[in-house]
Design a protein around this ligand. Structure first.
Ligand code: HEM
Ligand SMILES: Nc1nc2c(c(=O)[nH]1)N[C@H]1C(S)=C(S)[C@@H](COP(=O)(O)O)O[C@H]1N2
Ligand SMILES: [Mo]
Length: 382
């Protein structure tokens, strides 16, 4: 396909390079669209798992236990894979981006405005998301609300873009699509070479980072921000006791308070004397890394029941940490009543270290890491 370009001065130019055609744009667009759709779906899921509206809180499932690990791992994997795809797509269509005059009709003006939003939001989402996984926030706004709002803007612009381009997308969906030959075969690398290069790029960034959530790829994990195998007791620490200002001294007289119709308190030895259960569950950090571990402790539902909580009781958990976004955590019915949900005292066969939440922390199935509260001081029947 020819792209008639007209620069502000001078005659119209026809952009002839072969790989800036509609078929290449369609092939790359399909892959990028898929990656964006996966990012959007898993991102919105993550949002609702972390901040469920009231009507949803008691409906969130606690199974499969690896659910959040899978969806958030996929979010970051597909997001990273989208980076080379977006670069390739922008390269394929850039002659169009600078077309002159900028528009000839209202319809075309709207169409190009949607593309501008799509490109800006796409670049921003990929860039900000990637930096977030490195816990680097070189901007004055808070990441989560902005990343969330732009996700909707991006997906709206994407749907509009697909609708507008549907005739071309449809025409160039299959290899036999007509009219893509402009230059002779000899002119530069052909589409297959380009796509092979893009595939190599996607493969390289994916294989060298996915190991932070896919254990089987752990040995190839060269560039992910986290090595999930490194850390005290075989598990990384996201926020240390130091950072949370929790000290051994402040825990000397620690007792767990359980509030409810029949409130009580328990010391650490009393907790250890209760029936202990062992579960294997992952910490699945919102930042994308995850790791299974073996946890031992008391079932939360047993503690709630003893305080007078019924079979549908929900829980509220308060950490000893004085401040911080994860000090107070709420747990819907399915989590609170799941036999896998523990107030854990031990990790991988040892007493919890201070950084992993000593003396007691929550571990529950199918939940984001931020809700696996450490240094628990109080449990409430809610
Ligand atoms: C088209 C691209 C993307 C879309 C549509 C998207 C969408 C979302 C959404 C809706 C959320 C939930 C935000 C909330 O809790 O309110 C989210 C969270 C997140 N996204 Fe993305 N995202 C994209 C790309 C990426 C990329 C490329 C990365 C990393 C490489 C990334 C990393 C994250 C992280 C770490 C979170 C968790 C934030 C937190 O809860 O602290 N995202 N994303
Ligand atoms: N009280 C408290 N609990 C917390 C946090 C925190 O900052 N404060 N960080 C959470 C986050 S973000 C994660 S990923 C997990 C990590 O648990 P770990 O440090 O034991 O691996 O703990 C969670 N529990
Ligand atoms: Mo986390």
């Amino acid at each position: 396909m020819r792209f008639p370009l007209r620069f502000p001065s001078g005659p119209p130019v026809t952009f002839k390079a072969r790989l800036h055609d509609a078929r290449t744009a369609t092939v790359l667009g399909r892959l990028l669209g898929l990656a964006f759709a996966v990012c959007f779906t898993t991102g919105v899921l993550s949002h609702f798992f972390q901040h469920p509206p009231v009507w949803l809180a008691d409906r969130l499932p606690s199974r499969p236990y690896w659910g959040y690990r899978f969806t958030q791992g996929l979010h970051v994997v597909s997001g990273i894979a989208a980076i080379p795809l977006l670069l390739a797509k922008l390269w394929a269509v850039y002659p169009r981006l600078f077309a002159w005059p900028p528009f000839r009709s209202v319809r075309q003006a709207l169409e190009r405005a949607a593309v501008a939003v799509l490109v800006a939001a796409g670049v921003f989402e990929l860039f900000s998301g990637l930096l977030n996984t490195f816990q680097w926030y070189p901007w004055p706004f808070s990441f989560v609300p902005v990343h969330f709002a732009l996700a909707w803007l991006l997906i709206g612009a994407l749907m509009l873009h697909v609708a507008v381009k549907w005739p071309q997308i449809h025409a160039h969906w299959t290899r036999r699509s007509p009219g893509t030959l402009v230059l002779p075969e000899a002119a530069g690398p052909d589409r297959r070479t380009l796509l092979a290069a893009v595939a190599a790029g996607v493969g390289a960034v994916t294989l060298t980072t996915a190991g932070q959530s896919v254990s089987a790829l752990g040995r190839l994990d060269l560039f992910a921000p986290r090595d999930p195998a490194a850390g005290p007791q075989g598990l990384p620490v996201n926020r240390t006791a130091d950072a949370a200002r929790v000290t051994e001294a402040s825990l000397r007289d620690w007792r767990l308070t359980v509030a409810g119709p029949r409130p009580y308190t328990l010391g650490l030895d009393e907790l250890r004397a209760l029936p202990q259960h062992e579960v294997t569950l992952p910490i699945a950090c919102v930042e994308g890394w995850s790791r299974n571990a073996r946890w031992t402790g008391v079932r939360v539902r047993d503690l709630l029941e003893r305080a007078g909580g019924g079979p549908d009781a929900r829980a509220r958990v308060v950490s000893l940490e004085a401040a911080g976004a994860y000090r107070v955590m709420e747990m819907g019915r399915h989590y609170a009543q799941d036999p896998l949900t523990l107030l854990a005292l031990r990790l991988n066969g040892e007493e919890l270290s201070l950084d992993h939440g000593y003396p007691a922390r929550i571990i529950a199935p199918d939940r984001p890491g931020v809700l696996q509260t450490k240094w628990v001081g109080r449990l409430e029947v809610a």
